[in-house]
Design a protein around this ligand. Structure first.
Ligand SMILES: Cc1cc2nc3c(=O)[nH]c(=O)nc-3n(C[C@H](O)[C@H](O)[C@H](O)COP(=O)(O)O)c2cc1C
Length: 345
């Protein structure tokens, strides 16, 4: 067997480290634990009719939950994507693919990402890194990435800290705001901007708020630290802990983005780990949530293992909505989380 190309080898190392090593933030949390949903003792709702239905990129979905961008470009990546896609279709939720750079560089990798046949009805989102836009990628590559997998749009990931921690990462992020402002119009398909777990800051969101993005995914701190993943991949025992913990907590990133995002809807991700986290995020201004890490191990096992997590979260989201008297997502979005009372010691 020939040696894998560097991009595929790195992707495999990422999955390996995420499965086997502690990649979560150690000291930072999302901030969702600091708020409560506004509980109602007489909610005037019927749990059996609470609806989590909505749409994403024009397709109906059963819940405002997306499978986060993960992987592809290896045999394991193909299995993971297949299992995620089957679960997405059966559960009725959207799926974000991992970076398609490998498939643009190596066309035989397209099959790892081509999951539309497993998920004909749900939203599928492609993925590329913004750093690639300074290395020759543009609207043509973005369109190829969308069309070759029959996606409904594509998320560009901004990841300066992750790239900086990578042995041969891309460090040149100059001029990207100007490029990103023009892309939605030049591509003519739904584009999203996401981080990878260190958070989109309000300045970035404000700079692109009127550029025509279909959504901003804040992908904040509190879940997987990609600086930590890269340090572990490199075997760097002396990494600067403060850099591995650097990022904007998801709840704070969401609050700040909501103030400046204008009409662009928001996805909350980064450490979203339960149905009640989803409820708190929607009540804090997100239109959808996404989660990656909690679905990785299940995705190496079976579609059913992924479905079990998603069903649990959707069930708990319904209970959370019922417990604060929200029969649907519009009602949930009109609520506000309340500061959590201090814990008993
Ligand atoms: C194994 C794995 C691979 C990932 N690969 C990508 C990727 O290719 N592109 C991307 O935008 N984000 C990627 N991510 C980042 C996630 O989409 C997400 O933003 C981040 O992990 C924070 O969410 P979490 O706390 O739910 O894991 C990856 C995450 C995991 C766990």
């Amino acid at each position: 067997m020939s040696a894998p190309d560097p991009t595929s080898a790195r992707k495999l190392a990422h999955v390996d480290v995420c499965l086997e090593r502690p990649v979560a933030y150690r000291t930072r949390t999302t901030g969702f634990e600091a708020v409560d949903l506004p509980y109602r003792a007489l909610p005037e709702t019927d749990l059996a009719s609470v609806s989590t239905r909505t749409t994403f990129l024009g397709r109906p979905v059963a819940a405002p939950i997306l499978i986060g961008a993960m992987t592809g470009g290896s045999r394991l990546g193909a299995t993971v994507n297949r299992n995620l896609a089957i679960a997405a279709q059966r559960t009725g939720v959207g799926m974000m693919l991992g970076s398609q750079r490998v498939m643009l560089e190596r066309p035989d990798a397209v099959s790892d990402f081509a999951v539309r046949r497993y998920a004909p009805d749900v939203p599928i989102v492609g993925n590329l890194g913004v750093a690639q836009l300074n290395l020759g990628y543009g609207p043509a590559e973005i369109l190829r990435a969308i069309e070759e997998v029959e996606a409904d749009g594509l998320a560009l990931h901004a990841n300066p800290l992750q790239e900086a921690m990578q042995a041969e990462g891309d460090g040149d992020f100059r001029g990207l705001i100007a490029t990103l402002r023009t892309l939605p119009q030049r591509v003519g398909r739904p584009l999203l901007l996401k981080e990878v777990g260190h958070g989109l800051d309000a300045g970035t969101v404000a700079a692109l708020g009127d550029a025509g993005y279909a959504a901003f995914d804040v992908a904040g701190a509190g879940g997987t630290s990609w600086a930590r993943v890269e340090a572990l991949v490199r075997g760097d025992d002396a990494a600067d802990e403060a850099l591995l913990e650097l990022g904007i907590p998801t709840a704070e990133a969401l609050r700040a983005a909501r103030e400046v995002a204008g009409a662009t809807p928001l996805i909350a991700s980064g450490g979203v780990r339960s149905g009640s986290d989803v409820a708190k995020a929607i009540a804090s201004g997100a239109s959808w949530c996404a989660a990656a890490m909690p679905l990785l191990r299940p995705a190496t096992e079976s579609p059913e293992a992924v479905e079990a997590v998603l069903h649990r979260w959707i069930g708990d989201l319904k209970i959370a909505m019922h417990a604060c008297g929200a029969p649907d997502l519009d009602a949930l979005a009109s609520l506000r989380p309340v500061p959590r009372a201090p814990e008993r010691r």
